[in-house]
Ligand binder design. Sequence first.
Ligand SMILES: NC(=[NH2+])NCCC[C@H]1O[C@@H](n2cnc3c(N)ncnc32)[C@H](O)[C@@H]1O
Length: 449
Amino acid sequence: MGFRNNVNCLFWGGMSFTCDKYEFEEEVTTRNAEKEEDEDDTSPEEYVAVSNFTGSGSDQLSFSSGDALLVHAKPSPEWWWAELQGVIGYVPAGYLRQDAAEEEDTSMEDPWQDEEYFGSYGTLRLHLEMLSDKSRTEAYRQVVLSNSASLRNKVVMDLGCGTGIISLFCAQLAQPSGVYAVEASSMAEYTRQLVKQNGCEEVVTVLQGRAEEIELPEQVDVLVSEWMGNCLLFEFMVESVLLARDRWLKDGGVMWPSSAALTLVPCQANSYYAEKMAFWERPYGLDFTPLQPLAQQEFFAKPKFSHLIEPDDCLTAPRDVILLDMYTLQVKDLEEIKGQFHFCVEKSGVFHGFTAWFTVRFESLEAGGATVELNTGPNSDPTHWKQTLFMLDRPVSVCAGDSITGTIVLCRNPVWRRHMNVTLHWSINGSTEDTDNCQVGTKSFPMWR
Ligand SMILES: NC(=[NH2+])NCCC[C@H]1O[C@@H](n2cnc3c(N)ncnc32)[C@H](O)[C@@H]1O
């Protein structure tokens, strides 16, 4: 039952930096290489690690939270050249803080921002958005409907039930022996009323509290949750689902969704580029191009959520770059998830960036039964997630036959646990033989801190 492979990672080695804006190359020879004294050599700066990091590849330096590192160089915003007890290598800048004493005291703030997070789910706005999303909600209804016979006498946990819609589907369309609807926000009080209002109080029990903390009277046969965030993982509610799986799902129990895939495609974004960047070229006959670096930082430094990509904007066939198996995925795997891609450009155009979306699949309770799929991509009915657009700093013209190869790395924020960084590395190889027209680039996008 379920998918065998876990996080389908094709690991990325190597460490060369070429920012498509600064066009400089940093080639690492060996881990203990002496850094050539560059002309403006400055003394190393002391930083403190705020989280553990396990390096991969021979040029990354592992460290533990609290270690004092000496930063010798900052070849890119994301990766710095640092030293720990005489050993030198690359470290992720997001894991380091200048002298902790200088930092405003963030130890008082909750790294999960739960007050703000569950506060937002205590009002109707987000629940109305989710319930109004027919593709999303009908997909969960279809899962229950197509498994109604198998759900008879089963015990279900609905993690993060919100208004209880999935639990009510279970009680209305099937005959489970019990449904535990778990909701941490104050919405739970209303969810109880909705369960009663719809005559489901015999089957559905609403438990208010965090799934990690509540106690269920029994193990469950099915753990269902709608946990997906922008770019699949944002909010990292998936961590709660994995912890609940390990604690409450019976052996042989079913996870809904059973698997998840992050899909990526190189794309055009002409109207967005025109609106945010080209605009400054000739507004009212004036030259406002000195503002373009500002525009790049303000509009293109972070991903654009709720982007609607047209199928025609895709320059290549989309590719699943990350696959998550909800039976074997571990919380520790969420710290850093990598995927590789190789796209063949199908039509000439302007490569403005990458668009990402996700698909989740719900396997049948019946062996060999039909799998239900919720695809949030441009060729499916639109959802409230829409897609996520990652704009390059500068667009690149590409021709049919060119290839765009590289990696995507989702790196969880070591401090703000619902946030992550998405780093894209790419190289564009012309279809013609001359190898010197290879363009490479890398860019990191915070989501959001
Ligand atoms: N797809 C998403 N990105 N969000 C949709 C589901 C979010 C719902 O789950 C609730 N929720 C989120 N995490 C938890 C948790 N650990 N325990 C209980 N309820 C939760 C949250 O309060 C909200 O009502």
